[in-house]
Write a protein of this length. Structure first.
Length: 536
């Protein structure tokens, strides 16, 4: 069993973090239009096609753009494409916006879209889901592109919001034709540098220290009525909750994306602080290794308890989502049994139902499954809050029914790579329906993982596999009748509950904390679009 033990002196760590924070900010005054942003997470890469991870998306979305965008109400609007049409089930045509420049001054054309489609569909890309059903891209002229479909996709436009366009000239010049192999921890030019068409450009990139973005003076949408007045963004990863909050209260940072739940009530009472809250389009869930015949990190030898539905049911009966909401989340979560949140295409209320907390039932199920004295297992969790605290609480609840659970708290940069190697027996993760359609979650989390050649199962790290689930998801991908499609989505969500393929926990309620002179537009995908921010 692999466990990580951390020993440190709290005062020394706090002093060190303060010193690092001061160094990262250079301890100098900043201009009135510089937004100092702090989060516990640092973006793992600048490559727009490498890693489909939220901390990475938060910086990529400032730099790179797609054919479509979303407005302040989060409705799909034109982006790098002026308009699009669907002349037949196998073709989507996009008329591109003229006079758009990349940050290096080179022109944006159809060649860049064709190149980016090929790159995003590369086996190493984790953004293949943004092009579900797409076989290839075809240039019609300099400002017209066809996406040729191998299968029809009724929500392609929603998917395309995640697809980012790179410069073919820049990528060729800098040896970045293929996306970074994030799973293998590859270091590439595109993972450290960026060249998009978006509202901000990269000025400085120091991983785990500081990333500085500056406003793009030649942005095609610079006259947008949604545009704020931020000219520079300093993105500071501050791991310590206490240090992050202290920096906000002292005025050393202006905006904290992830204030700890236990401090939100206090921050709301501070005269110089504003807290904005909204429901995240994200579900946090537990998942299990359902593939191996013997768990990697368990006292059980020669067997895999999680292959037995009764064991997974015991876990469900043992974990009290309402208690976690009250004690860990401080009320900032909505317990659920659904893998997609309300407001997502295909969601229905009946899939919210959770198995009741019943620890005696859990013990009986374990005995019936052949584990009368229980067993031990390691629960993998990212070090970010509140995930670490949730895992501690869940471990205590599981241990009460005989599943002696040891949380393994892993630094976030290593955590995703660990999961992508399937180096786990039991883990906590969250998934956001960034397209606001359930297929995004279903195909990533529940479809069989068939390797890098497909868009299915990219985040199915427990390697759950059910041919019935795969069949339903396959039908959802190509069903053009939305009523029939919604029924199929409902079937998939119910099957997730029946199989306990994953165990949904809750939908987080996201607080953003900022100085009173900052105005931010909250987004349901928990990505701050800095071009809309204002400071006075």
């Amino acid at each position: 069993m692999m466990n990580f033990v951390f020993k440190f002196h709290p005062r020394a760590v706090f002093a060190s973090l303060i010193a690092c924070l001061c160094s990262a900010m250079l301890c100098t005054a900043v201009s009135a239009n510089t937004l100092r942003y702090a989060s516990q997470d640092d973006p793992q890469t600048l490559d727009p096609h490498a890693a489909n991870l939220l901390p990475t998306t938060r910086v990529i979305a400032q730099i790179y753009e797609s054919l479509v965008a979303r407005d302040q109400q989060f409705k799909i609007v034109p982006g790098l494409a002026l308009w699009w049409s669907n002349p037949d089930s196998k073709t989507w045509r996009f008329k591109l916006r003229p006079n758009v420049k990349f940050h290096d001054g080179s022109p944006f054309t159809a060649d860049d879209v064709v190149f980016s489609v090929e790159r995003a569909l590369h086996p190493q890309s984790q953004l293949k889901a943004s092009l579900v059903g797409v076989a290839t891209a075809k240039k019609i002229d300099d400002f017209t592109v066809d996406l040729i479909m191998k299968d029809p996709n009724p929500i392609l436009i929603n998917n395309l919001f995640l697809f980012r366009v790179m410069s073919k000239i820049w990528a060729t010049k800098n040896g970045a034709l293929a996306p970074q192999n994030y799973k293998a921890s590859e270091d590439t030019f595109a993972s450290r540098n960026a060249n998009g068409t978006g509202p901000f450009m990269v000025k400085l990139r120091q991983p785990d220290v500081k990333t500085v973005l500056v406003a793009n003076p030649n942005w095609w949408n610079i006259a947008s009525t949604e545009k704020g007045n931020i000219t520079q963004v300093e993105m500071l990863p501050i791991k310590s909750n206490a240090t992050r909050v202290a920096a906000l209260l002292s005025g050393e940072v202006d905006f904290v994306l992830d204030p700890p739940q236990q401090d939100v009530a206090r921050l709301k009472k501070e005269a110089n602080i504003r807290v904005s809250e909204g429901s995240d389009a994200r579900i946090q869930y537990f998942a299990f290794d359902q593939f191996r015949d013997e768990l990697l990190y368990s006292s059980v030898k020669g067997k895999n308890p999680f292959k037995d539905l009764r064991v997974r049911q015991a876990v469900a009966h043992a974990i009290d989502a309402s208690a976690i909401r009250q004690v860990v989340m401080r009320g900032l979560s909505i317990p659920t049994g659904s893998l997609v949140p309300e407001g997502t295409q295909g969601y229905t209320k009946d899939v919210e139902k959770r198995l009741p907390v019943d620890r005696e039932k859990a013990k009986a199920l374990l005995t019936e499954a052949g584990y009368p004295t229980g067993f031990s297992v390691t629960l993998d969790c990212g070090i970010n809050q509140p995930a670490a605290d949730i895992c501690q609480a869940a471990a205590s609840m599981l241990s009460q029914v005989g599943i002696r659970t040891t949380p393994n708290i892993v630094p976030l940069a290593n955590y995703f790579q660990k999961l992508q190697r399937f180096d786990t027996s039991f883990y906590l993760l969250s998934w956001g329906t960034s397209t606001f359609d359930a297929l995004d979650t279903l195909q990533a989390v529940l479809e069989k993982n068939r390797g890098e050649q497909t868009t299915g199962g990219d985040s199915n790290y427990g390697r759950y596999s059910n041919p019935k689930m795969d069949d339903i998801i396959g039908k959802i991908k190509v069903e053009m009748d939305m009523k029939k499609r919604n029924l199929l989505i409902h079937d998939a969500l119910v099957l997730n509950q029946t199989d306990i393929a994953t165990l949904p926990l809750h939908q987080p309620v996201i607080p953003w904390a900022m100085r009173k002179n900052v105005t931010a537009v909250f987004t349901p995908n928990n990505v701050p679009y800095f071009f809309r921010f204002k400071m006075n």
